[in-house]
Design a protein around this ligand. Structure first.
Ligand code: WTA
Length: 633
């Protein structure tokens, strides 16, 4: 092993011999060097571990950059590799999915055999609703097993799923249904959040008032409370399941490797959310391979990613990656501290979780409650811990490492994005760790950190983070808007993928992510756009204009601060501020609730009318406002 390098700078945590001996790739440097010599060859070898109805004619087609194609000419289906192929092996009777309800009163388990039955049944029903290959289906649910079935069922028949996070509300859902022109929405009557009922079905009803594309709504009964059902349009899932069409096998559609698998809306710097498009072949290979190496999953593992399936982390590492690897996935309906701050630790003990993947915001939140809560539980099943969504501060890293991992579990800090589909900068279990650094690019990838003009910056200097090489799970386009795809990611620094993050590289080659360079706000790891928050505010009758910014927050990482200019006739008051906070929460979702509303007489703008968020940020933090020469007036 050429690692560890004892001469590395700063706080370094080296993997133990036990960890190294358990991990499949012991020599990171060698694998990385080989993969970099020919990334396409590396990915081809990975692809060869999966099943294809027909193999590719070409691994990578880069003749029409930045519209890259992977596994050109190949035929497959991601559900075939996530479910069907395991049925021919001992995994048929292995647990694929374990679920527990928020209140802990129910648990449900599914073997790969029963997962296939559930997915096939849902697929038959979706087909019977008239959904054909290439058509979009919106999925808007809480964390229940059916969300996993619905995604896999869409993929199985070649429909494109568009999952909308169940914590979003009317405005966000409506925009996403309308943009995707979904004919079918799959939802639940409701979900639970910290014991409170969330009215999912009613939110769907409200959202589709202006979405003429929606013909049918499938409703899964979760809460059992009363919800309106419109005859002919709304269907209870359990009623559909009792129809003859639901039963029997469902053929898995043969898909081209480049056929769309899903779209997932994410916030960008300006305008409406972007529909990020991923495909069957490349995304399948990417999620499979990254999870296999980065979390080194194997058959004995019980993998728990605490994200919501409605975000990319859930898509890639609750649903697709783990199931393609044949792992056992744990899905929990609730959050970290309800009813008590030991809820997660209790579940790790109860189910013998071996790999636990979560977000810095949750770690900081739980840390606050003290060590006694985790110390009440036997966490010895854990062998790896993971972090994602925002930079992890060293204090939280160390608490996670010492108190949860008992100093024996490496912390896998994975940097990636909705757009990248799979991990991009991340250690594997054998890589020496520095708390707060996502370490090094994954096999086959190289990064560049550059200044405004595209010149590489010096060691330790901050700059734009770019990815140099194409990779299989990369987004293919923005659905319906290829120009925006080129403009957003490939035009500022032609030929390289612009991540939208800034970062620095230290003298050991370790990457330290600093944060977004655009107007994306990461609230508790959730990605929100200032534009979405501002459009929610503007629908309130008192608001003339507004600007949202993200400011540092001890637990959430970033919190939303809004500056509001009122219409004449409206007075500034604490009551109105609270009303506006609630208005945003109600329209966009509780996660978007502003921390603070500040009144402003006039927003600082450039002469071309662009809000100068930099000035607002400085003002809000009592910092110097910098160069104001471009300010209008
Ligand atoms: C941030 C989530 C630091 C980053 C998978 C990125 C991170 C954005 C990390 C993407 C990390 C994600 N360290 N920052 N380990 N992981 N980010 O699309 O700013 O919801 O650009 O994907 O989250 O957010 P998204």
């Amino acid at each position: 092993m050429s690692n560890p390098k004892p001469e590395m700078e700063g706080d370094v945590y080296f993997p133990s011999h036990e960890v190294i001996s358990q991990t499949r790739i012991k020599d990171w440097d060698k694998t990385s060097k080989e993969a970099l010599k020919d990334p396409a060859k590396f990915w081809e070898n990975e692809a060869n571990e999966l099943e294809w109805f027909k193999k590719w004619d070409k691994v990578l087609d880069d003749s029409d950059k930045p519209f890259f194609k992977w596994f050109v000419g190949a035929k497959t289906n991601i559900t075939h590799n996530a479910v069907d192929r395991h049925l021919k092996t001992y995994r048929k009777n292995k647990l694929a999915l374990i679920w527990e309800s928020e209140d802990g009163k129910q648990d449900r388990t599914f073997s790969y055999y029963s997962l296939n039955r559930e997915v096939s049944r849902m697929a038959n029903i979706i087909k019977a609703m008239g959904i054909r290959k290439g058509e979009r289906v919106t999925i808007y649910m809480g964390r229940v097993p059916e969300i996993v079935f619905a995604m896999l069922a869409c993929a199985k028949i070649g429909a494109i799923h568009s999952v909308v996070f169940g914590g979003f509300s009317v405005d966000a859902l409506q925009g996403r249904i309308a943009d995707s022109e979904s004919k079918l929405v799959i939802t639940c009557d409701g979900s639970y959040q910290n014991g409170k009922l969330v009215e999912l079905k009613r939110i769907v009803d409200e959202s589709i008032k202006h979405c003429p594309s929606v013909e049918n709504i499938i409703v899964i009964k979760r809460t059992g409370h009363d919800v309106p059902m419109e005859a002919g349009r709304d269907h209870w899932y359990h009623d559909l399941c009792s129809l003859p069409i639901a039963n029997g096998k469902c053929a898995t559609e043969v898909m081209d490797a480049e056929d769309p698998l899903f779209i997932l809306y994410t916030s960008g710097s300006t305008g409406k959310p972007k529909a990020i498009l991923h495909t069957h072949g490349g995304y399948m290979v990417g999620t499979y391979s990254t999870l296999k190496y980065v979390f080194d999953v194997n058959d004995e593992d019980r993998f728990w990613c605490t994200a919501d399936p409605g975000w990319i982390t859930g898509h890639s590492y609750i649903v697709y990656g783990p199931l393609i690897n044949g792992s056992t996935v744990f899905l929990f309906e609730g959050g970290p501290s309800f009813p008590y701050p030991n809820r997660w630790w209790q579940l790790i003990e109860k189910y013998g979780i071996t790999i636990f993947y979560t977000a810095p915001t949750a770690i900081r939140g739980l840390m606050r409650f003290g060590d006694a809560w985790p110390n009440k539980h036997d966490l010895s099943s854990l062998r790896l811990l993971g972090s994602v969504g925002e930079p992890i501060n060293p204090e939280a890293w160390k608490w996670f490492f010492h108190v949860i991992g008992k100093e024996k579990c490496p912390i896998i800090d994975t940097w990636w994005q909705t757009e990248t589909g799979s991990f991009m900068i991340t250690p594997t279990p054998v890589v020496p760790l520095k708390p707060g650094s996502a370490t090094r690019p994954f096999f086959g990838q190289e990064v560049e950190i550059v200044d405004e003009d595209g010149n590489q910056v010096e060691t330790d200097a901050e700059g734009y983070l770019l990815l140099k090489n194409p990779w299989p799970a990369m987004l293919r386009t923005i659905y319906g808007d290829p120009d925006r795809y080129v403009k957003s990611y490939w035009s500022k620094f032609p030929g390289k993928y612009m991540t939208g993050d800034s970062a620095r590289r230290d003298k050991d080659g370790y990457i330290w992510i600093i944060g977004r360079v655009d107007d994306v706000i990461k609230v508790s790891g959730h990605r929100l756009g200032t534009a979405e928050i501002e459009s929610a505010l503007i629908t309130h009758p008192a608001v003339a204009e507004s600007a949202a910014i993200g400011l540092p927050h001890e637990i959430k990482g970033q919190a939303i601060y809004c500056f509001v200019q009122l219409k004449p006739g409206f007075g500034q008051s604490e009551e109105l501020a609270e009303e506006l906070r609630q208005h945003v929460a109600q329209h966009l979702g509780p996660i978007a609730r502003p921390e603070e509303i500040n009144w402003i007489d006039k927003l600082p703008k450039t002469r071309s009318g662009k809000i100068m968020r930099r000035v607002l940020k400085a003002r809000a933090q009592g910092l110097p406002e910098g160069d104001l020469t471009t300010l209008e007036d």
